[in-house]
Design a protein around this ligand. Structure first.
Ligand code: 5GP
Ligand code: MG
Ligand code: MG
Length: 179
């Protein structure tokens, strides 16, 4: 299926599940090398990262811990810029190697907020792993952005965890809104 409708919008396929899986496997291989004997803490940003985390973590063969936090900054298809509170950050990150797992980095405001909260606990290291990255939409500088699945254009996407007003998270593939 290459075209779908969600609510009032038409979407077309951007990345199929095979393509996504292959990329995630490669990121996993890289992380297994980078974090060998370090027991990193993966922190997924809900809701969007739940499928990405589930698939990524099964490529990780070294000891690791997994947690989730919740933040939201989006209404409709445009970033409000107003970042709400981050809930559920683990309180034991001191001297740990932290990997923040995101579905997508758009303006970068959400991540900037999360990174500030994480840094308060003085972890040993912090890196960000995002499935999707919109380089031309970025408004904040994020040095910690180490693992990127796919760079995409400044367009609105759904599927594989990402929603359009609550819908579409269950789709196996990633779609972009048709102009
Ligand atoms: P940022 O703070 O980087 O602007 O936005 C980050 C969050 O906005 C992402 O974690 C995601 O939840 C949401 N977001 C940004 N771009 C998109 C998009 O194209 N599609 C969807 N569904 N969500 C997006
Ligand atoms: Mg997100
Ligand atoms: Mg959303």
């Amino acid at each position: 299926m290459h075209k779908i409708h969600i609510a009032d919008k038409e979407f077309e396929i951007l990345l199929d599940n095979d393509n996504i899986s292959k990329r995630i496997r490669l990121i996993g291989i890289q992380m297994n090398v980078d974090y060998e004997s370090r027991c990193p803490v993966f922190i997924g940003v809900l809701n969007g990262s739940f499928l990405f985390m589930a698939d990524l973590i099964r490529e990780i063969e070294i000891p690791c811990e997994i947690g989730f936090i919740r933040v939201s900054s989006y209404e409709g298809t445009e970033s409000s810029g107003a970042i709400k509170q981050a809930f559920g950050l683990p309180e034991n990150l001191h001297n740990r190697d932290v990997i923040i797992v995101e579905d997508i980095v758009d303006t970068g405001f959400t991540l900037t907020h999360i990174l500030k909260e994480v840094q308060k606990q003085q972890p040993a290291s912090v890196k960000v792993c995002t499935l999707l990255f919109k380089p031309t939409a970025l408004k904040a500088e994020i040095e910690e952005l180490e693992y990127v699945g796919f760079e995409i254009g400044n367009e609105f996407v759904v599927g594989y965890g990402l929603d359009y007003d609550g819908l579409g998270r269950n789709l196996k593939d990633i779609y972009r809104a048709k102009m």
